[in-house]
Design a protein around this ligand. Structure first.
Ligand SMILES: [Zn+2]
Length: 205
């Protein structure tokens, strides 16, 4: 079977930047499974995998527009420190928030006096991504997987290893809120789109 719409594909991958630095790798996490054709992963990678079969290996070059988009200054904004209420913001902290561009992950870039600079760009925005992938398996998707728009594995809808095992995480696996510490926020593979496991919450019970 070859990777195509309505198949569940498992890949091992290493992701490098232009300088050859490793940004992410499936490594110890094990293969990443996704539902092909359901926007589970970035478009450039999915296009590169299309038509491959188990055992195939390939290098896939993904330009920003087929990855995490170009870096946009419009997604950088300043908010007053008081907006965080009782919480103490720290540089590098990430959280989900509703913006005029929808739900996004914001990163605290800078704190100066009473002003906090937030960046809504994905950390890989503007980057050309170099993937080395190996297809581990390709199988037909189950009906429930098609209706949910993501693969199901033992251990819950979000799959093993990732958020499925993050016990006590705020909001927990598959929460519609996608709160910080929730679904996939700690171990979200870089190849996955933001909101990886069921963007908007998979609603699995
Ligand atoms: Zn599901």
């Amino acid at each position: 079977m070859r990777a195509a719409k309505e198949t569940v594909v498992a890949i091992e991958y290493t992701l490098k930047d232009d300088q050859g630095n490793i940004i992410d790798a499936s490594g110890d996490r094990g293969p990443m499974e996704y539902l092909h054709g359901a926007q589970n992963i970035i478009p450039g990678l999915e296009q590169g995998i299309e038509g491959l079969a188990a055992g195939d290996a390939k290098s896939v070059l993904v330009p920003p527009q087929l990855g995490y988009g170009e870096y946009s200054e419009k997604l950088v904004q300043q908010v007053p420190l008081t907006a965080f209420g009782a919480n103490t913001p720290q540089v590098g902290m990430r959280f989900h928030a509703e913006t005029n561009l929808g739900m996004r992950v914001l990163t605290i870039k800078k704190i100066e006096g009473e002003e906090v600079t937030l960046d809504g760009n994905h950390e890989l925005a503007g980057k050309t991504l170099h993937f080395d992938i190996k297809v581990v398996s390709v199988r037909a998707a189950e009906l429930t997987e098609l209706s949910h728009g993501h693969p199901h594995q033992a251990g819950g809808c979000c799959g093993g290893g990732g958020c499925g095992s993050a016990e006590g995480s705020e909001g927990g696996c598959c929460s519609a809120e996608g709160s910080a510490g929730g679904c996939c926020s700690t171990e979200e593979p870089a190849a996955q789109k933001q909101g990886g496991c069921g963007s908007g919450g998979c609603g699995c019970s």
